[in-house]
Write a protein that binds this ligand. Structure first.
Ligand SMILES: NC(=O)c1ccc[n+]([C@@H]2O[C@H](COP(=O)([O-])OP(=O)(O)OC[C@H]3O[C@@H](n4cnc5c(N)ncnc54)[C@H](O)[C@@H]3O)[C@@H](O)[C@H]2O)c1
Length: 441
């Protein structure tokens, strides 16, 4: 058999600049967490790139290096950070207000966090109704704002001495938009920016600016952002990786573990009621019906694709699926996600499953931000361009090529991710066939 050949990957030399849009709960938990890990004060739990291993070759070979040793990833010591936010708080103040991390993880890194002050944001209240901020850019047109964002990127690259950059949207969820004429061609998109067309949301300005400055872009919220034809094409033309949408952390992560199990056993589903109570700023923003609609679409899609009701009408043809998010300040970032699942088995007998996930939203999201930063940087150095479907593992609503349905099953996503890593490094794919352990040639 011919040996697979790996991909040429440029070395991870110098610093990697992580540009975060939004300096709220997720971003500050991520930055403070990385600094704690760098100081040896905590472990990067939840991060596949830092904690995970990858099996290579046959089971008998016993080769399973750490992912971070197997691939030429940027090291944590190479990371430098910046962020934009309409709220002027530095990362320390923002982290304290977010209330996620305890003083033991904030005070020792306070000086570091104090030094990260948000760049004025391209912000517009029409897209995030429940927020207001003073640290905002002004410009006559959206195009002007995009040009200012491009200048910010160049400035950060120069002042930080970063060799490479990645940009991650960890800002508030914008109101619901669908792709329209302004999102089809570059000419239409640029004209729409110049005419302040409402079809152009601030997140699109960041994504456009990133791509124009050769920076990969990942979207951690459910907004349309980079999931529009014009920006997908721009990424392909400029050979830049893009991806999204919406970090897959708590309730939806559990859903994409449980639903495949029901389907694997051919158990039917009558209904799935998911509700959340959440008291952080994200919860407040999502209390606005228009921002909630964006989130709802992202959370609802998963069951439809996993269960394939068209193929299994008796099992999944009549599922009642409801998702609710309730803003409840006393809980802060400590979300409680309840699921009531009505399934049915042999001869149609009903059963119930209840899941009560007392999670910490940003604690779950921070390691995903880290992995995405490292993998998007790797993708760029490996010249992988356009939508990075192999990183669907991290997203509730994975972006895919037109005509392809997204893969939501967490374990299929994991296999896809790890096989992509093997492919990048010229290792054999692992199919889990295993017949050769039993049938000798
Ligand atoms: N924590 C999770 O588990 C999780 C999971 C999936 C998605 N998300 C998404 O990640 C995003 C961040 O979550 P969070 O808990 O950190 O929220 P947060 O409200 O604490 O932080 C978001 C920050 O973005 C800022 N912002 C809003 N519009 C901006 C703009 N145009 N430019 C720059 N900054 C802007 C806000 O001022 C705020 O400080 C949200 O959209 C959330 O829905 C979070």
């Amino acid at each position: 058999m011919p040996q697979p050949v790996g991909r040429d990957i440029a070395p991870a030399k110098g610093k990697l600049g992580v540009m975060l849009v939004g300096l709220g709960a997720v971003s500050t938990t991520f930055i403070a967490g990385v600094e704690n890990v760098r100081c040896g004060a905590a472990l990067p739990i939840g991060s596949l790139t830092q904690m995970g291993t990858i099996r290579l070759g046959k089971r008998t070979e016993k080769r399973a290096p750490k992912i971070r040793d197997f691939l030429p990833l940027a090291r944590l010591t190479d990371l430098v950070f910046t962020a934009w936010d309409p709220i002027p708080d530095d990362a320390y103040t923002a982290a304290k207000k977010a209330g996620v991390l305890e003083p033991q993880h904030l005070e020792p890194v306070a000086a570091f966090l104090n030094g990260i002050r948000p760049i004025p944001a391209a912000f517009d209240r029409n897209y995030v109704k429940r927020l207001s901020g003073t640290n905002v850019k002004s410009g006559k047109t959206k195009r002007d704002l995009a040009e200012q964002l491009r200048a910010d990127i160049r400035t950060f690259k120069k002042t930080s001495g970063a060799d490479r950059l990645v940009m991650i949207w960890a800002a508030s969820t914008e109101v619901f938009l669908t792709a329209g004429p302004a999102h089809q061609t570059m000419e239409a998109f640029e004209r729409a920016m110049e005419q302040n067309d409402p079809a152009i949301a601030p997140s699109m300005l960041y994504a456009y600016a990133a791509l124009m400055e050769n920076v990969p872009f990942a979207n951690g919220a459910p907004n349309l952002t980079v999931d529009i034809p014009v920006l997908v094409r721009l990424a392909e033309e400029r050979r830049l990786p893009i991806g999204g949408k919406d970090f897959k952390t708590g309730q939806t992560m559990m859903k994409t573990v449980l639903a495949p199990a029901f389907k694997a056993r051919m158990l039917g589903l009558a209904g799935w009621y998911s509700t959340n109570i959440l008291g952080n700023r994200d919860g407040e923003v999502l209390d606005d019906p228009e921002s909630f609609k964006t989130k709802e679409e992202s959370k609802l899609g998963v069951l439809e694709y996993i269960l394939q009701p068209d193929q299994y009408p008796e099992l999944y043809g009549n599922v009642f699926h409801k998702v609710r998010i309730n803003y409840y300040p006393p809980r802060g970032d400590n979300k409680e996600g309840w699921d009531n699942i009505d399934i049915f088995g042999w001869l149609g007998y009903p059963m119930q499953i209840k899941v009560d996930f007392l999670c910490r939203d940003s604690i779950l999201a921070a390691p995903l931000v880290l992995d995405l930063a490292l993998f998007f940087d790797l993708a760029q150095r490996a010249r992988l361009s356009g939508i990075q479907e192999w990183l669907s593992f991290y997203f509730k609503s994975p972006q895919t090529a037109p005509g392809l349905y997204p893969e939501h099953d967490l374990f299929i996503q994991q296999i896809k991710l790890k096989n992509t890593l093997r492919w990048l490094m010229g290792e054999d794919q692992i199919t889990h066939l295993g017949i050769d352990y039993y049938e000798k040639a």
